[in-house]
Design a protein around this ligand. Structure first.
Ligand code: IFM
Length: 441
């Protein structure tokens, strides 16, 4: 066996990522709570107690993460807790977050805080949510409140998580609240999300000059199915530009590029200190007249790729390299803010981890400024419209008993984090099926 080690730079951030609604539990004042009550989640699942972080179980989960060598954690703040009504602020909730974030420092972990991760207060949705431009000032006021309260403990701020997913799922496919399928609403929402991000960026820097503020985008590789067939190439290009490029491009240039439409948002220009890249999978795109709602491109996985337990993710690790290469055009440091696979039996996860982390190492060898990697997720949590059917955690969660059980990937990821490296010895032990590919004889 070849003996070799892929070393990572000193100070590289190794962590896991979570989001408030998915782990806290008892979140009853946001649009997702309503959506669940209205029966929109598969099998009628509800978030319920989630991982009971609001009840204090973040302590045991942070303990585990720290013991396993993670030096960072990405979490989010729930807007509806901080501002339960338009004219009221909940100082106790802010204290609770302060305690959690201090808890990360006490365990030697760097916090990265997301200010908006898919959920909105019910009251803001009653005012039209992100379709109504008034949300921009509202969001800014909430951001100011949070940043003023937590700036002592946080340097890395993510303004909005996956605005591309938020707009597509809520306003095109209808799988997220408010369940619309309307292209012009989607464009309106995308415009206001850019404005909200820009307002948050400027507000954060006013309060905390040294802050590092970024957007987090969900990058999906979109490869023309038949490279020789121009309609496939055009469909893939349009989809990728609209889905992947729209937000970071707007934050770099202040220009919004919709299909067949242009708009300027000058205040958005130059509003990213880093780019958060969430990468899970890659797809192929073939042109179809019947797919008007999908910008004339049908998407499907490469039949050669292994797929995750419920068929949600195709294992295509070079797609992460491509995502980082794509991210380089924005000329800011990159952070892999999410990457992971749903796999309750940990059959694919060790290989997924090894092969994706290897792609980051490849990028670092091109001197790309990649600052960290956050596995999604620390512990199984509530997966939105898919409810509890998908298990992304390093740790398995029994929702009813709140018991956590160790999956083999816990130890694998711990060795990577503790050594700041991925070695052939680790791969041989935890993901032997990836050994020949990563360390060929
Ligand atoms: O759980 C989600 C997360 O909230 C956003 N990115 C993708 C994850 C896995 O589905």
């Amino acid at each position: 066996m070849v003996k070799a080690t892929f070393e990572f730079p000193t100070g590289f951030l190794w962590g896991t990522a979570t989001a408030a609604h998915q782990v806290e539990g008892r979140n009853t004042n946001n649009n997702w709570y309503q959506w669940e009550q209205d029966g929109h989640v598969v099998h009628g699942h509800e978030c319920g107690l989630a991982c009971d972080w609001w009840g204090g179980r973040w302590r045991e989960d942070f303990d585990r993460a720290a013991e396993e060598g993670q030096n960072a954690h990405r979490l989010s703040i729930e807007w509806s807790r901080i501002q339960p009504a338009p004219d009221s602020w909940d100082e106790d909730a802010l204290d609770r977050y302060r305690e959690m974030i201090r808890g990360l420092h006490e365990r030697g972990m760097t916090p990265m805080v997301t200010l908006h991760h898919f959920t909105d207060p019910i009251w803001i949705m009653e005012q039209g949510g992100w379709e109504n431009e008034e949300i921009v000032a509202r969001f800014q006021a909430y951001v100011e409140k949070v940043v003023a309260a937590l700036k002592e403990y946080v340097t890395y701020w993510c303004t909005i998580n996956e605005p591309n997913v938020y707009a597509a799922m809520g306003y095109l496919t209808g799988e997220f609240p408010p369940g619309k399928q309307d292209m012009s609403s989607a464009f309106q929402v995308m415009t206001n999300l850019v404005k909200g991000h820009a307002a948050a960026y400027h507000a954060i820097h006013k309060i905390q000059e040294e802050a590092e503020v970024g957007l987090v985008v969900n990058y999906r590789g979109m490869i023309p199915h038949r490279a020789w067939f121009p309609p496939d190439r055009i469909a893939a290009w349009i989809q990728s530009r609209t889905y992947n490029d729209f937000f970071p491009h707007a934050a770099a240039t202040g220009k919004l590029k919709f299909p067949f439409k242009r708009q300027d948002v000058p205040e958005a220009k130059g509003t990213q200190d880093f780019l958060g890249v969430n990468y899970y999978t890659q797809e192929r795109v073939s042109f179809s007249f019947l797919a008007a709602n999908e910008l004339f491109g049908k998407r499907f996985f490469d039949p050669e790729d292994a797929v995750s337990e419920t068929g949600f993710i195709a294992h295509h690790p070079t797609g992460l390299f491509d995502a980082l290469k794509w991210g380089m055009q924005f000329d800011v440091p990159l952070i892999v803010t999410e990457n992971g696979v749903e796999d309750s039996t940990d059959k694919l996860r060790p290989r997924y981890l090894a092969e994706h982390i290897h792609q980051i190492w490849r990028g670092l060898n091109y001197n790309w400024p990649i600052k960290g990697y956050f596995y999604w997720s620390l512990v199984d949590n509530f997966e939105w419209e898919r409810g509890w059917t998908q298990r992304f955690g390093l740790w398995e969660l029994d929702v009813d008993s709140q018991t956590r059980s160790r999956r083999p990937s816990v130890d694998f990821y711990a060795e990577i984090c503790q050594n700041n490296a991925l070695s052939s010895k680790m791969v041989a032990e935890y993901a032997p099926e990836a050994l020949e590919k990563l360390f060929p004889e």
